[in-house]
Design a protein around this ligand. Sequence first.
Ligand code: ZN
Ligand code: ZN
Length: 120
Amino acid sequence: MHNEGADGAEYFVCDFCLNTWSDDRPMVEGHRGALVCSHCLSIAFSELVHLRSGSPVEPGETCVLCLEPDRPGLHWRSPVREEAIGCIRCIKQSAGVLHKDPDHAWTKPAPINAEGGSDD
Ligand SMILES: [Zn+2]
Ligand SMILES: [Zn+2]
């Protein structure tokens, strides 16, 4: 979302965690100015794509990034703003955009069980 009363980085506010834009928090824009930051994308991508754990969506709730009602598939719900949900399609799409963005080092999170498997 956009904070109409602010300038610069403060103007860009992640719809899911309400943090403002910064160099280590790039954002991807959805429809109608909805924004999702890299931190939220990391969590959402891991949960939806790797863990296949999403939140149930109530009838009438829409993904804030595409605003399409009653989309099938998993959704990720913001832990900060209950009304902010993102569908798996938008999360994957946004992650793809940021992953390819040469201005930012962000990459799609790796599967959680692929790292740090201890054999001791
Ligand atoms: Zn965020
Ligand atoms: Zn969506």
